[in-house]
Design a protein around this ligand. Structure first.
Ligand code: FMN
Length: 203
């Protein structure tokens, strides 16, 4: 049973969450967990200008996904930072290359799930995940989120991401806040939850 974690990250927050998602998914017996990123569409010059080159070193080694790899997975967990309340263009562009898979119904019945990050607490965490789900539904995927059995999403003791729609993290306006323990725990929970559903479906 294959769980593909497919992400885009500019400054590393989503990559950090993707690693936690992977940790959780690996806890499920028989899960083969594959981490992939979507192609970068920004030039090296632009990445330098926006101060993203250093952060990228952490995840440059992750292979870039091919569209065909999606068809081989039993579950796909997508990670994207928010851009104006929606997924990042890099992820959108990759997904817009999946028309051939759609035509074949290649993703029908696979589990799909989404996690995200925003700079501000209310900067679009829920809208990014919910609008992403539309694409998964067009592909016939079974959408999974982060159930309330991850009870730490109820916390009001600290600022924290995490919602029934999926794991999230808040980066701060300058990106200096990395995912908190609670947010990483939510990501691990989501990874395990999705892998467990995929394992049941595979039986
Ligand atoms: C063009 C652009 C649009 C963005 N739009 C939003 C937004 O609508 N709400 C928000 O809270 N953060 C927004 N951000 C901040 C990013 O979501 C933040 O940098 C990202 O979550 C960091 O994740 P990463 O380190 O994985 O790249 C935006 C950033 C850029 C560059």
């Amino acid at each position: 049973m294959k769980v593909l974690i497919l992400f885009y990250s500019t400054y590393g927050h989503i990559y950090k969450m993707a690693e936690a998602i992977a940790e959780g998914a690996r806890e499920v017996d028989g899960a083969e967990v594959i981490l992939r990123r979507v192609p970068e569409t920004l030039s090296e010059d632009l990445l330098k200008q926006i101060g993203a080159l250093e952060a990228r070193k952490a995840f440059d080694h992750i292979p870039v996904c091919t569209v065909d790899e999606l068809a081989l997975a039993d579950a796909i967990i997508f990670g994207t930072p928010t851009r104006f309340g929606n997924m990042a263009g890099q992820m959108r562009q990759f997904l817009d290359g999946t028309g051939g898979l759609w035509a074949k119904g290649a993703l029908i019945g696979k589990v799909g799930s989404v996690f995200t990050s925003t700079a501000t607490q209310h900067g679009g965490q829920e809208s990014t995940i919910l609008s992403f789900h539309t694409t998964l539904l067009h592909h016939g995927m079974i959408v999974a989120g982060l159930p309330y059995s991850f009870s730490n999403q109820n916390t009001i003791e600290e600022i924290s991401g995490g919602s029934p729609y999926g794991a999230t993290t808040i980066t701060g306006g300058d990106g200096s806040r990395m995912p908190s323990e609670n947010e990483l725990a939510g990501a691990r929970f989501q990874g395990k939850h999705v892998a467990a559903i995929a394992a049941k479906l595979a039986n």
